[in-house]
Design a binder for this molecule. Structure first.
Ligand SMILES: NC(=O)c1ccc[n+]([C@@H]2O[C@H](COP(=O)([O-])OP(=O)(O)OC[C@H]3O[C@@H](n4cnc5c(N)ncnc54)[C@H](OP(=O)(O)O)[C@@H]3O)[C@@H](O)[C@H]2O)c1
Length: 329
């Protein structure tokens, strides 16, 4: 098969197409002919050498989500058969013509979605569900602040949280991105380059603050997050792009009874990921089928232009997901 590998840590050009043997499958796994793969910020971090793949992942083929059809099933696979159209969360190896994954991490391609649209879902939808709904326990009627509202994670989180009955606020880096987030359902998008988001949130909530914050930025955002969380608020971290060493006002944590938490999805085991897949299929997949929640794709690149896809992601010009098309590789 053809695969896109990280030839060495470095700039987008280190991504190159090579020939590789098809992956072998375990008894609980399926093999998938990949039609499309999503590009995610962790792929960029891996390419730069800042995010080593966990045990069990291909060491040099990036890619955390794919869509395609099943070509082979392991002897213990119960649900899927050859020819089924699925999308899946994978531990790595998504940038390739074929990819293997445990059957529990597969979901059916939602009705009326293309492979590219289906490939845009798993990494962000699994991450948002597990952090916003499972860890931070966002409830209908509560409010959520999402930093990086126009990111792949952001467009999933805005739609999922509004569909579940929450009021969503976001931050984004331009007026165009703010408008885009509001059109997706955010009650208010704050341009963090021209406004102090913490003050803006307090104003928008009559000084109450928000119940939950989903943060990928960290660094200097942390004291501002603490300031604009409501009593019993929850801060859930999924990255720390502005820095991991931060200042926390512990008296505010105690006074407001805050919870600070976070998680990383990729290294979690199959049982954990399969449990999230079940919840997504129950709560979110019907909303994708009905069109209430949409796949939001900014640009699709042919797979042999993976380096251009990474350049675009690093430019942060995009709004929504970037996809690699493997159909013509
Ligand atoms: N913990 C987990 O399990 C997990 C899983 C998946 C993703 N993540 C994390 O979630 C984040 C979003 O991922 P994604 O794939 O959705 O990324 P993405 O689409 O590339 O979005 C990232 C956005 O963040 C904003 N941003 C603000 N400050 C930034 C900074 N210092 N550096 C870079 N971008 C900055 C940019 O938009 P503006 O113009 O608005 O600044 C950018 O478009 C990433 O940090 C990723 O590592 C975590």
């Amino acid at each position: 098969m053809k695969a896109i590998i990280i030839t060495q840590p470095g700039s987008p050009e280190v991504l190159q197409i090579v020939d590789r043997p098809k992956p072998a499958i375990a008894d609980n796994e399926v093999l998938v002919k990949v039609m499309a793969a999503g590009v995610n910020r962790p792929d960029v971090a891996q390419r730069k050498g800042n995010y080593p793949p966990p045990a069990g992942a291909p060491k040099d083929i990036p890619g955390l989500e794919i869509a395609g059809f099943i070509t082979e099933t392991g002897s213990n696979v119960q649900r899927w058969k050859t020819g089924d159209k699925i999308c899946a969360l994978v531990i790595g190896g998504g940038y390739a013509e074929f990819c293997n994954m445990p059957e529990g991490q597969c979901l059916p391609v939602p009705e009326s979605l293309s492979f590219a649209e289906a490939a845009s879902l798993p990494e962000t939808f699994f991450t948002v569900w597990s952090n916003v709904f499972d860890r931070a326990k966002l409830q209908p009627g509560e409010s959520l602040l999402i930093h990086g509202g126009s990111s792949g994670i952001g467009v999933a989180a805005i739609q999922m949280a509004t569909a579940m009955g929450s009021t969503v606020y976001v931050t984004a880096g331009s007026e165009e991105k703010c408008l885009f987030c509001e059109q997706l359902g955010a009650a208010k998008a704050i341009n963090y380059k021209t406004e102090n988001f913490s003050e803006a949130i307090l104003q928008l909530t009559n000084n109450k603050g928000v119940d939950v914050i989903l943060d990928m930025i960290g660094g200097d955002y942390t004291p501002l997050n603490i300031k604009c969380l409501a009593d019993d608020g929850r801060l859930v971290m999924i990255n720390s792009m502005n820095g991991k060493d931060v200042q926390v006002d512990l008296s505010a944590v105690m006074r407001k009874r805050l919870n600070i938490t976070g998680s990383m999805l990729r290294s979690r085991d199959t049982a954990f990921k399969s449990a999230i897949a079940k919840k997504l299929e129950k709560h979110i997949w019907p909303l994708l089928a009905s069109g209430k929640i949409k796949s939001v794709i900014y640009k699709i690149f042919p797979a042999n232009e993976a380096s251009k896809a990474h350049q675009l992601m690093e430019s942060s010009e995009h709004m929504g997901k970037i996809i690699l098309n493997f159909e013509d590789l």
